[in-house]
Write a protein that binds this ligand. Structure first.
Ligand code: AMP
Length: 543
């Protein structure tokens, strides 16, 4: 027997309807090139999104066509998200930190029809425009007086484009499985792969991000998404905030600047923010140097790469709860969150330090398993390491225009490429990327755990561990470190001594090498492939 409930489609236009009616007066604050503190309301935002939809409508695109964005977190980017998806097109967010050849590849692979971009990115885009013959035009997200000079004739100004348009537009009724947005993985090897989100997956993911033990966004929150809208839809914040009625504060190009972030937090009353560990280090450095505090900030969501315990403990001193999360572009991105901070009084200090650094438990809607090399499920005992696989309604079922990927080899599951343990309470610890795993004497060493410990040393700016060949053990860990600016005296022995007692003795790296700067991927993760190249001929002193 079938249930007798309405089959209302889960579409992004339903977010617009709800937010306009219920939270239309709530504010969106943005830092842009033409206004250091632009502010307006959700009501105004969606009115302008309709104006933009009317303008796009004149381009006679077909449903499902891709409209790309190349932009910081700000209100015009938000309007473009909604105007394109609610009109039945696909908003393809491009990471401006990709190499030019990757940008050309993904614009052509996605078959982008129009590209919306911040004036900051025009030099990058103009340089590759001729290599993107399918693009019909470029819209610069600014006012006429800030338009860059160009010889190209298919370059429009965003404000001029929408100025005369009507604020009324009837969003089409879409099937909930219609594609709404597209994001390419940064791809450390091979070409980037496209993840195509649907209206349904986005709405379900929005519900998930609102749950109290995930991002827990409510109408009382003032949310500052630092995680970029050009990477996995800013972890869903642009959808969750209008649903909850949370005020949004968007830092634009200043997302990596500790001083701007602290000022925005204090002046706008930010209660919650989300970003990768590096931005939190920038904020901490600024707070330490300036003596400023961030009294309104209640919690930060940290993900994208492992958050060191030292960062969490530093934020404790500012009264900020650090919530670790794990996910991927292929997972919209939310997979697990660690809400241990909400129950910290139930733990001893030592247990709390242990429990908070793992990435937490699966969010309801995401099922996880770990498997061995024969694809047999491993126990959730906190010890067995295995390949982490996931499934759920906001996990990608295949890549865009790519039918057979190894990650989808097991029907119904997605292989994340991460190696993890899961304890009996369902807490997941990410120990490595599969390709970064270090096997010493047949046993795995978690490079992430060693890196986290090393980063806790006050003289270490960044640390990475890679496996290098060793005649006796097969592989041994090599620790590669960037020292803090004023820490030239830090030695390898200092660091090995620091790690002693904090991690298993046989995990202590055999050697430490110092470099001036860490190589990073376009999403800010340490590029271990480059480190392996850099140390390709390296031999351990005792080998
Ligand atoms: P991306 O698709 O670029 O967001 O990258 C996803 C990958 O980032 C995951 O597969 C993990 O390897 C890594 N990652 C994300 N969050 C975390 C975390 N909290 N701890 C460790 N690694 C993480």
């Amino acid at each position: 027997m079938q249930g007798l409930m309405m089959n209302a489609p889960l579409t992004i236009s339903s977010i617009v309807h709800h937010a306009e009616r219920v939270h239309g007066h709530k504010e969106i604050v943005s830092v842009t090139r033409d206004n250091p503190r632009h502010r307006y309301t959700y009501g105004q935002a969606f009115g302008r999104a309709r104006q933009l939809a009317n303008a796009i409508d004149r381009w006679n695109l077909s449903l499902g066509d891709r409209i790309a964005t190349f932009a910081w977190n700000d209100y015009r980017h938000l309007e473009t998200y909604y105007a394109s998806a609610c009109s039945g097109y696909v908003c393809h967010t491009i990471n401006p930190r990709l190499f030019p050849e990757q940008i050309v590849y993904i614009i052509n692979h996605a078959d982008d029809q129009w590209v919306f971009l911040d004036p900051d990115f025009w030099p990058i885009v103009e340089a590759v425009a001729d290599q993107c013959p399918g693009v019909k035009g470029w819209v610069i997200m600014t006012v006429p007086e800030h338009m860059p000079e160009t010889e190209r004739d298919n370059v429009l100004c965003y404000e001029a484009l929408i100025a005369e348009e009507n604020r009324e537009f009837d969003w089409p009724e879409l099937d909930e499985n219609t594609a709404c947005s597209l994001c390419y993985t940064s791809g450390t090897t091979g070409n980037p792969k496209g993840v195509l989100y649907s209206h349904r997956s986005t709405v379900l993911h929005t519900y998930a991000t609102l749950m109290p033990d995930t991002l827990g966004i409510s109408c009382r929150d003032v949310v500052m998404p630092i995680v970029p809208m050009f990477h996995v839809n800013a972890w869903g914040n642009p959808y969750a905030c209008p649903v909850a009625g949370a005020k949004m504060v968007m830092p634009g190009a200043k997302m990596g600047d500790g001083e701007t972030l602290a000022t925005l937090i204090n002046e706008e009353g930010v209660t919650m923010s989300a970003g990768v560990p590096t931005v939190w280090l920038n904020l901490l450095n600024h707070l330490r140097a300036s003596g400023q505090r961030v009294e309104t900030l209640e919690r930060i969501i940290v993900g994208g790469s492992a958050c060191p315990l030292s960062v969490m403990e530093a934020f404790d001193a500012y009264g900020v709860d650090t919530r670790h999360a794990w996910g991927m572009t292929e997972m919209s991105p939310l997979g697990t969150t660690n809400a241990a901070g909400a129950q910290r009084e139930g733990f001893t200090a030592e247990d709390f330090a242990k429990v908070r650094t793992n990435v937490g438990t699966p969010v309801f809607g995401v099922e996880v398993k770990i498997t061995d090399d024969d694809n047999q499920a491993l126990p959730w005992d906190g010890k067995a390491f295995g390949s982490l696989k996931v499934r759920g309604p906001w996990v990608c079922s295949s890549y865009f225009k790519l039918d057979d990927s190894e990650a989808h080899a097991e029907s119904g599951w997605f292989e994340t490429g991460d190696v993890a343990t899961v304890n009996r309470d369902g807490y997941v610890s990410i120990t490595d990327r599969t390709k970064d795993v270090i096997k010493s004497g047949g046993e795995w060493i978690s490079s992430i755990e060693v890196e986290n410990c090393a980063t806790g040393h006050p003289k270490v700016a960044e640390a990475a561990v890679i496996g290098r060949l060793h005649p006796k053990w097969g592989e041994r860990p090599l620790l590669i470190v960037v020292r803090n600016e004023d820490s030239a005296a830090l030695t390898g022995d200092d660091l090995k001594g620091y790690l002693d007692g904090k991690i298993a003795k046989w995990w202590i790296p055999d050697d430490v090498q110092f470099i001036d700067a860490m190589p990073h991927t376009a999403t800010g993760k340490i590029q271990k492939m480059d480190l392996r190249d850099m140390f390709a001929d390296y031999q351990f002193p005792d080998a």
